[in-house]
Design a protein. Structure first.
Length: 446
């Protein structure tokens, strides 16, 4: 039975079947027919190429079964394919075996800390892949899936193809296909395509009218802009912001730049994904007190070696006149290192620094740090972060949330409001170098 595609779906289909494109993104708002379109393409592939293998992935297998798989079965029905006759679903091993020998493999693509390299995917090879709600997974998961696309591809005369569908959301999909962290439009490579589809592009006229009405009722401006209008630049409302006194018009400035004659302060946070650092200057002159955060470094699946190499490549000649602070947990000894060297001891060796250059007070509590941070933001005369060179730091200052007790919420690494790596670096900077200023001025103000 023929399936009617919308204009946007037809454009995406052409990219999926050409001889150049290997990555196709489709989506941009709710109701654009994303999952349905992905399932149509998947079923077409399985039935067109006997003994092919297709992966359908999503962050959690439970969501895949409850949503995407339901859509897949509807697509099968719409196309005239019947369970038991044209395909058989095995709920135990999460596969679908098609009558012509093709196979669908359903996969959980969530990044579990115990499996950062996605060994759960095994050594299975696939002909193509469809990843639904791709903003819920990591870019590494996407890359690993792409590396497995080789099953009978040459036999069929095909090239690797991955289709991802999604709604607008901060993260890797936005930075890979739409705009980068500095809000510059991405120039897509020849093998990449992204087709923006809104609810108005859905070919089902009745559904379109009803769904637009529902989306217009959303009370959240963030969700309405994102899901109805496909706005990739929409920012989530923050209910209990950590940095309540942060004002982008006051605290962000491109004048916060590297000053060769001023000591660099390197601030480290030791999360592995990403391993992050910020670079700042704190100084006093005849104009007063200054604190400028002029650079950030984020290394995915990073190591101390990689971090130190990136620092030496740019700032090597200035290291002897620099200082280091950061997460005091990095003082713990690492059993995997020679002589059980701590993270900071490894940094000291790799950068050739002296122990006197390391200023590592105990970490402040989130509650005390929040009070200090907001006092400094409200009263310090010249605290600036460069938005062009520190986009993730500025984002953290705007969106990271805390609970009712003032503790930063960090349960979900896929939620940007709970990724506080660079905010943590700002907290350590304030705790080490600006705490005396806060204490003295609080006494004066009393």
């Amino acid at each position: 039975m023929p399936i009617e595609l919308s204009l946007k779906q037809s454009i995406a289909w052409e990219h999926l079947e050409d001889r150049v494109t290997t990555e196709v993104g489709y989506g941009g708002a709710a109701g654009g027919g994303k999952s349905y379109f992905g399932c149509v393409w998947h079923v077409y592939r399985r039935m067109t190429y006997p003994e092919s293998r297709g992966l359908i992935g999503r962050a959690k297998l439970s969501a895949l079964r409850e949503s995407t798989l339901v859509t897949l079965f509807k697509v099968c029905s719409d196309m005239g394919y019947k369970s038991g006759e044209h395909f058989k679903y095995n709920g135990q091993d999460h596969t679908i075996l098609w009558a012509n020998g093709s196979k669908t493999i359903l996969k959980d693509l969530f990044l579990y800390p115990s499996d950062p390299d996605f060994t759960s995917l095994g050594s299975t090879e696939y002909t193509d892949a469809f990843i639904d709600e791709a903003t819920e997974i990591t870019e590494r998961a996407f890359d690993i899936v792409n590396s497995r696309l080789r099953w009978k591809i040459s036999d069929f005369g095909l090239i690797p193809k991955t289709l991802i569908t999604c709604n607008p959301s901060p993260g890797w999909v936005k930075n890979r296909y739409i705009v980068d962290d500095k809000r510059n439009p991405i120039v897509l490579k020849p093998y990449q395509k992204f087709v923006q589809a809104l609810v108005t592009d859905n070919p089902d006229v009745n559904f379109k009218a009803l769904y637009i009405e529902q989306l217009e009722k959303l009370t959240s401006d963030f969700d309405r802009q994102r899901l109805l209008h496909g706005d990739w630049e929409a920012e989530r409302e923050v209910l209990n912001r950590f940095a309540t006194q942060y004002d982008s018009t006051k605290h962000e400035s491109t004048k916060a730049v590297f000053r060769p004659q001023t000591p660099i302060i390197f601030i480290f946070d030791f999360n592995l994904n990403p391993f992050s650092a910020n670079l700042a200057h704190v100084w006093r002159d005849d104009k007063g007190e200054h604190c400028h955060v002029f650079a950030e470094i984020s290394i995915e699946a990073g190591s101390i070696d990689k971090m130190c190499t990136s620092i030496k490549d740019v700032y090597g000649r200035y290291i002897p006149n620099s200082l280091v602070t950061g997460d005091s947990m990095g003082k713990r000894r690492e059993l995997g290192q020679r002589d059980n060297a701590s993270n900071y001891q490894q940094i000291q060796r790799l950068l050739g620094m002296g122990s006197a250059q390391f200023k590592l007070p105990n970490n402040p509590t989130h509650e005390n740090s929040r009070a200090d941070t907001n006092y400094l933001l409200a009263h310090f005369p010249d605290f600036k972060i460069n938005p062009q060179t520190c986009p993730n730091t500025c984002r953290d200052m705007r969106v990271v949330q805390c609970d009712a007790f003032g503790s930063i919420i960090k349960k979900n690494r896929n939620d940007l409001t709970q990724q506080s790596d660079h905010l943590d670096n700002i907290r350590y900077l304030i705790n080490t170098f600006l705490k005396p200023w806060i204490a003295s001025h609080q006494k004066i103000r009393r």
